[in-house]
Ligand binder design. Sequence first.
Ligand code: NAD
Length: 435
Amino acid sequence: MPTDLRLPTHSIVRPDKDRFLNEDNPFEAMMSRFDRAAELLDLEPGLYKILRHPEKQLTVSMPVQMDNGEVEVFTGFRVLYNTSRGPAKGGIRFDLQVSLEEVTALAAWMTWKCAVVNLPFGGAKGGVICDPLTMSVGELERLTRRYTANIIKTLGPDSDVPAPDVNTNERVMAWVMDTYSMHVGHTVTGVVTGKPVEMGGSLGRREATGRGVMLVTKEALAHLGMPVAGTTVAVQGFGNVGSVAASLLAREGCRIVAIGDRSGSYHNEHGIDVEAAVAHVRRHRSLDGFEGAETISSEELLTADVDVLVPAALENVITTKNAAKIRARIIAEGANGPTTAAADSLLDDKGIFVVPDILANAGGVTVSYFEWVQDRAGYFWPEDVVNDRLREIMTRSFADVLDLSRERKVNMRTAAYMLAISRVASVHRLRGIYA
Ligand code: NAD
């Protein structure tokens, strides 16, 4: 009888489970879905162990001379979770909540996200424990440069390519790129993505995540036989992802009936003038005081009577407490981790079609990939080429996940994880284990 290499179900319990806080933790939610997909894939125990461990975790200390003359020492991390499919890709965040566990989980998340849209990248994440809001530009620049120098051995266009994340931006990426280039002795634009366009950034990057959300929403509508024109939409979060998704969906003919941000939520049955809302946020930095809609609570926004709900703000907003009240037919997850794992089955019971975060918001990393390709080729694409290629990848990935979900009779989230894990696992099988 051949040896049964499948993993016994009882052993799919992570030894480090307790370290991942509680069930509402988005990283816990992600890893529990990983376990479910691994089980359905009958993943060999050896591969399961490999994919449950980060490849490399760096912890670094950065002494920084502060503006008052004193020296502070900051702690930072860079985790390369899996690089079997290509260079590691993942953002750098500056935040007081950063921890090695969080960075590791986010790096795993990036591994699955890159694999689900079939980019030739692995997954990584970086973070520095600091409060950037209390630091001067000079202090932030010195911290960024010293952090870059401390992780320089992992960085490189062929090995590890950071991008902006929470509290980092184009300017921080420019410092990372400059520091790296100074160390290697020549300009290397392809070492980071999310750079300013004039120094190797890509056209279309800013809108890419919201554009991806719009594209998968249209695919979901087509799959369910629902017309795009007149589709009603509620969008939570009106920042980079939410405002772009809302404007592009409105341009496609959808009626955006509810939007919301940190300042509040707004509803207009006849359709919100999204461009006016964008202009309001540009002037006032939030939707506070926006006219042309009534104020509602954020819970009312999430449970509004709409065809499509786009959570594009925070994690853990769709939970066991409100999932049964959600009336949308489609949820397109613009944010990372907006739905808790426990809420998944409630949404399934209601027949809600969920386009999961690792697919729905992968437009951003896809155009980061385009930026890296353009930097390496030294040849830059017009915006319509970027947008066309993004559409190609998002629609193909949606179809790949949908096909698997039908074949295996699982929801789109489980199918997305299964597809991602099977792609990473298959490369491990082909490459074998280096002795
Ligand atoms: P952003 O900072 O530009 O916007 C966040 C928005 O959420 C703001 O409008 C803010 O007011 C709103 N918000 C914050 N707290 C809220 C609350 N309690 N209730 C309602 N709204 C609230 O951020 P972003 O870049 O648009 O990212 C949004 C989400 O998308 C995050 O989960 C992020 O990780 C994810 N994401 C972003 C990208 C990207 O390319 N920007 C890519 C993938 C995933």
